[in-house]
Design a protein around this ligand. Structure first.
Ligand SMILES: Cc1cc2nc3c(=O)[nH]c(=O)nc-3n(C[C@H](O)[C@H](O)[C@H](O)COP(=O)(O)OP(=O)(O)OC[C@H]3O[C@@H](n4cnc5c(N)ncnc54)[C@H](O)[C@@H]3O)c2cc1C
Length: 441
């Protein structure tokens, strides 16, 4: 395919988006609004195979459901305020549970419960019907309010006809596109349709996580888990880390291990550290809502071509953190390029690719930080002294909690990994820590 010049979206241009997850919805909302500001009308259609009011995996985009503080704020600035029917819990702190003990970390910056927890679908299997409003459904509704058409159809083939992408479902033509947006996440089958076009696109590599929803009742969850996300670094063989997220009547357990396996969840629920968090006599139910979703761990190759751009997980996402925030960043950058510069390959290369590259480069620092965290967790003397230092910071130095803030920013994803990494190189806090200890009576 030759990189064309001067391809722009004219008045009435047809924009199709494959995928109505966060990336697809964000793109449609920002594109509709910017087009309106520019005095253009766009015909925007989202194709989404799922409906998000169903319970369990069928209606869910399977994730831990933590909306970072920075994304909650960015959405509020866009006039997208998450309603209480969507937000299951407001988070103000993290708990780290290690074999040396448990410690609560509050950021010196976070003033209120600025992090939100949500369900992506209609709630876990067995939850009270209609009690939960899906985050993805809420965003799709926002798109519709901005004039976007949502069709619950699976796109199963894509072709390039003339200079325009053409979409198909069940052998029938759906539409041709002046711009086609790939917001299909990391669904291998859909990605294959793009890879076979010969435009140079290649889906990011992935690993599978293990995730489950356990019902404990909201009273117990408030009492025992509070408004905190709980991270468990317990050296369970094969398990990298476990996070537990309070959401109304349920806790979501997300676990990263060597391979996906529901037995890890059962082992974790039986671990003495976790047992203390569960109601007396708790027994893991025979059946509970669980899934093995894929996590994006690298960048897509060439996430653009003439009249084609890939966003969200299908393009670049931050390592292990804030994938929905990455969907926001990439969709915004793609909209600005498409509407203010053009929809040719050269336009995306010049104006969209640098944003993806910034995320990709930052993930190199993220990889190093997670490696360091694994190392500290595995080496007992290191993890003991690290634990003590954080404990000391939380007890005495609320406004100068250097290492607590590093841990906070790394696990919440509220700062870029590069920024966190550079702060780990600063020797002063550790010197200051030892000087203070020497002066203690
Ligand atoms: C275990 C786990 C925990 C996570 N926790 C968090 C977290 O706490 N916070 C956070 O910010 N991120 C988290 N993430 C990452 C987050 O889920 C993703 O980054 C985010 O969902 C990406 O959004 P997206 O819109 O690009 O893709 P998706 O959310 O995957 O949406 C893609 C959509 O495209 C649709 N689709 C695909 N192919 C087709 C087709 N051919 N036709 C029609 N529709 C199609 C799918 O049905 C889907 O709805 C987590 C991920 C995992 C796996």
């Amino acid at each position: 395919m030759v990189a064309a010049k001067g391809l722009i979206l004219k008045d009435g241009a047809r924009v199709a988006i494959i995928g109505g997850g966060p990336a697809g919805s964000f793109f449609s909302i920002f594109a509709s609004r910017l087009a309106q500001d520019l005095g253009k009308s766009l015909d925007v259609t989202i194709y989404e195979r799922k409906t998000f009011d169903k319970q369990g995996a069928a209606g869910c985009n399977m994730c831990a459901g933590v909306i970072s503080e920075s994304l909650v704020q960015s959405l509020a600035l866009e006039g997208i305020n998450l309603p209480s029917s969507v937000v299951q819990s407001g988070i103000d702190s993290y708990y780290f549970h290690t074999l040396n003990g448990s410690i609560q970390i509050k950021s010196s910056r976070l003033q209120q419960r600025g992090i939100a927890t949500i369900f992506r679908g209609g709630g876990p299997l067995g939850s009270h019907k209609n009690a939960i409003q899906s985050f993805d459904e809420f965003l799709l509704q926002k798109s519709v309010e901005d004039g976007v058409t949502v069709k619950h159809i699976m796109v199963d083939d894509i072709n390039l006809e003339g200079d325009k992408p053409m979409l198909y479902s069940g052998g029938k033509i759906l539409q041709d596109c002046d711009l086609l947006v790939g917001a299909f996440g990391i669904k291998a089958n859909t990605a294959k349709n793009f890879e076979k076009l010969g435009i140079g696109y290649k889906i990011p590599s992935t690993i599978k996580a293990t995730q489950s929803e356990i019902e404990l009742g909201s009273d117990w969850i408030t009492k025992r888990f509070g408004h905190s996300i709980h991270i468990f670094l317990l050296r369970i063989p094969g398990v990298k880390f476990v996070s537990v997220i309070p959401k109304g009547n349920f806790i979501t357990i997300s676990l990263l291990a060597k391979e996906p396996n529901i037995n890890y969840i059962k082992d974790f629920l039986g671990h003495p550290v976790m047992k203390k968090m569960l109601p007396p006599g708790f027994k893991a139910p025979e059946k509970f809502c669980h899934c093995f979703p894929r996590i994006n761990i690298s960048a897509a190759k060439k996430p653009f071509a003439n009249r084609l751009v890939f966003i969200g997980d299908a393009s670049s996402a931050r390592l292990y953190k804030d994938g929905i925030g990455s969907a926001y960043i990439t969709s915004k950058a793609a909209v600005h390029t498409a509407l203010l510069q053009g929809v040719g390959e050269e336009d995306f290369k010049k104006h969209y690719l640098p944003v993806c590259k910034t995320l990709n480069r930052d993930n190199i620092f993220g990889q190093f930080l997670f490696f360091l965290n694994d190392l500290i967790s595995c080496v007992s003397p290191l993890s003991k002294s690290h634990f003590k230092m954080i404990q000391w910071e939380q007890n005495c130095l609320q406004k100068d909690s250097h290492y607590s803030d590093i841990l906070w920013d790394m696990f919440t994803g509220s700062r870029f990994y590069k920024d966190v990494f550079l702060r780990t190189l600063n020797p002063w806090p550790i010197i200051h820590h030892w000087v203070q200890l020497l002066h203690l009576p």
